[in-house]
Design a protein around this ligand. Structure first.
Ligand code: B12
Length: 226
């Protein structure tokens, strides 16, 4: 990483950790103008900053209002990155329905994953957060989804992912829809245990896994290759 990139990423992290949404957006825009790699901004900037905010919360230095403000700052960064990430998609690589599971209000990671998937040629239908189990299935049928992608940030809500898989089975579409899961408490082992088809640790890996899942569905091809 160049020293200029390092400096800007440090500034970005500080703006989020110091709960300053305006500054965060300003630094993100500056970083984009200077051509700093978006992957670095996402993983090293937003990711590491929110990790630090989480630590401060655990240590009793930050409370809920601080978490909310940090969330706002991260969202401002996402908004600044979005136009750069927009891809003109004529034929999507695959169709994805995404949402944060029922009872869970954390959506920064999910928004990031949705944005990066879109930027990489997927058609993404974002249901938002606190999404009822049946909504995932309803939308998957409506848009003929290849993948249902779920995010959870709480150990108490991640279990809802299993319920969505059961609901897909009940609706008779489990063999047509691949299930991709993620979020801080979710692991590859947990994904296997609940019968999901894929797990990714971050937004960048989510693209690779989503492509793999679509190829597995269509005998090695992406939807755009038909
Ligand atoms: C910001 C935040 C909030 C904000 C959320 C704002 C928002 N709009 O999202 C608010 C204030 C609402 C909040 C509330 C609560 N929070 Co909170 N929160 C956080 C915090 C600090 C950051 C989360 C975050 O945005 N991370 C940054 C993003 C970029 O990372 P990410 O979400 O992990 O996403 C990445 C990967 O996981 C992955 N990924 C994510 N989703 C998906 C989906 C797919 C399909 C794939 C493939 C990949 C993937 O890719 C992403 C990008 O790389 C975390 C601490 C932490 N370090 O995670 C606590 C944390 C998650 N919260 C926690 C808690 C306890 C709560 C509350 C219960 C607090 C309370 N007492 O009320 C409430 C619950 C509210 C609810 N019902 O959901 C705990 C959870 C503990 C647990 N193990 O269950 C944490 C870990 C804090 C802590 N250390 O105690 N919180």
């Amino acid at each position: 990483m160049s020293s200029c990139a390092e400096e800007l990423i440090k500034e970005l992290k500080e703006a989020i950790v110091n709960l300053d949404p305006d500054k965060a957006r300003e630094v993100a825009e500056k970083a984009l103008k200077q051509g700093i790699d978006i992957k670095l901004l996402i993983n090293e900037g937003i990711g590491k900053a929110m990790q630090r905010v989480g630590e401060l919360y655990e240590q009793g230095e930050y409370f809920l209002p601080e978490l909310l403000l940090a969330g706002e700052a991260a969202t401002e960064v996402l908004k600044a990155l979005e136009p750069k990430l927009k891809a003109e998609v004529i034929k999507p690589k695959g169709v994805i329905v995404i949402g944060t599971v029922e009872g869970d209000l954390h959506d920064i990671g999910k928004n990031l994953v949705a944005m990066v998937l879109r930027a990489n040629g997927f058609e993404v239908h974002d249901l938002g957060r606190d999404v009822p189990v049946k909504e995932f299935v309803k939308k998957a049928i409506e848009v003929d989804a290849d993948i249902v992608a779920m995010s959870a940030l709480l150990t108490t809500t991640m279990i809802k992912m299993r319920d969505v898989i059961e609901e897909l089975k009940k609706a008779g579409i489990r063999d047509k829809v691949k299930v991709l899961v993620g979020g801080a408490p979710v692991t590859a082992d947990f994904a296997r245990e609940i019968g999901a088809d894929g797990y990714a640790e971050d937004a960048i890996e989510a693209v690779r896994v989503a492509e793999e899942l679509v190829r597995a569905k269509y005998g090695g091809k992406l939807r755009s290759e038909f």
